[in-house]
Design a protein around this ligand. Structure first.
Ligand code: GLN
Length: 385
């Protein structure tokens, strides 16, 4: 039989999805793969029904339905504080997952180097390798997940084509500070590098932290490829709606990549999502409030269970330190946690390039009752180990 491609040997299957499968097998409460167990706003469900009734069954324009791009430009223009033209600055994609792949393939030639902060969302390494580029990892040091500016500069000095920035960050919950972003922007300008952002958690930020868009920094308009999605902001991860926003030259190229990768995102859902993008600003304030309550509730259980963690500043993940429990590694701990405690988490090592084995990631995008049930089970950890 012919051999499958070598490029697949350098990365593994998604550990996040694997944990979900194990969790389901043992009927655990799944706090591994990050997605809500609550419904999206009811207006979106109604809008989706309407879109199907209205006959949106065939391909939308490949880079996105005109109504959706218009609504997206208006909303993102407000938040990103930059002019966005629906025709020349946007490509609608199948989730931010496709957006990141499109951005990477648009920016990188085979052999190019790409800076990735570690720990990182598992797709970035695979995306880089799939487009023939080489990842260069810059550590974010636990427990505060700050980077060493000298290490970052040294990485840029290796002649990199792009830097991937997940902000607010999965899995750390870090929101990059103004000073950190300013330095990244300055280095990107100095070394003529793209910054590919993953900003899917842009609206899930805990006070007093503030999300700042990379594109808003001086001279970053032409070199920022902003990727995001509607999944997290409107609790519709299964709708698979994401987008790339960038300057016309980049978007012209990105449209080609997207067209040949997927043709387009689901047409009726694109029409329905216009309703979401037209929500008033109060929606985003309420979202932030609700996620703050979920975070605080889950962290209160971690405190009671005497688990040590880094307080998330944004996104809906928390990294918990398991070194007190004496497990050989984090994967063993996670398997034990599913079977004996009935809660699923993701081994932190699957996000780190470095050999870091003492952290596990929980997510808290869940109903209050789910978080309480998981929290009650976690309280038993100390007695069972
Ligand atoms: N972004 C989510 C996570 O990190 C979901 C990942 C996925 O399975 N697409 O858990």
């Amino acid at each position: 039989m012919p051999q499958t491609a070598f490029r697949l040997n350098s990365f593994t299957e998604s550990v996040i999805r694997e944990m979900t499968r194990i969790s389901d097998r043992y009927h655990a409460i799944n706090l591994s793969q990050g997605f809500p167990d609550f419904d999206p706003p009811y207006q979106l469900v109604a809008a989706a029904r309407q879109a199907l009734a209205d006959g949106y069954h065939q391909y939308a324009i490949t880079w996105g339905s005109p109504r959706l791009r218009k609504a997206l430009a208006k909303k993102q223009q407000y938040w990103m504080q930059t002019d966005i033209d629906p025709d020349s600055n946007i490509v609608v994609t199948c989730g931010a997952t496709e957006a990141m792949m499109v951005a990477m393939m648009t920016a990188c030639n085979p052999g190019d180097k790409v800076i990735i902060f570690s720990p990182f969302y598992e797709n970035y390494g695979a995306d880089t390798i799939l487009c023939g580029a080489e990842p260069i990892y810059v550590p974010l040091y636990p427990p505060t997940f700050e980077f060493d500016p000298d290490e970052l500069r040294k990485a840029f000095q290796q002649g990199v084509k792009a830097l991937v920035l997940c902000n607010p960050s999965n899995p750390t919950g870090k929101v990059f500070s103004f000073e950190e972003l300013k330095l990244i922007a300055e280095l990107a300008c100095e070394y003529d590098t793209f910054v590919i952002t993953d900003e899917v958690y842009e609206h899930i930020v805990y006070q007093p932290n503030i999300h700042r868009y990379m594109v808003s920094f001086p001279d970053m308009q032409k070199r920022t490829i902003s990727c995001s999605s509607l999944s997290k902001t409107y609790s519709i991860t299964g709708w698979r709606l994401g987008y790339v926003i960038a300057c016309p030259e980049v978007i012209h190229a990105a449209k080609k990549v997207h067209d040949f990768l997927t043709v387009g995102a689901a047409a009726p859902l694109q029409e329905a999502a216009v309703a979401a993008l037209e929500f008033p600003l109060t929606y985003y304030a309420a979202l932030q409030k609700e996620y703050t309550q979920r975070r605080d509730l889950f962290l209160s259980y971690l405190d009671r269970a005497k688990l040590r963690y880094t307080t998330p500043q944004g996104a809906y993940y928390v990294l918990v330190d398991i070194s007190d429990f004496g497990f050989e590694n984090d994967t063993r701990f996670c398997r034990w946690l599913i079977k004996e405690i009935g809660v699923a988490a993701v081994p932190g090592s699957s996000f780190f390039h470095e050999p870091v084995n003492h952290l596990v990631r929980f997510h808290f995008a869940k109903k209050e009752e789910t978080l309480k049930a998981a929290g009650e089970r976690l309280l038993k950890i100390g007695t069972v180990v």
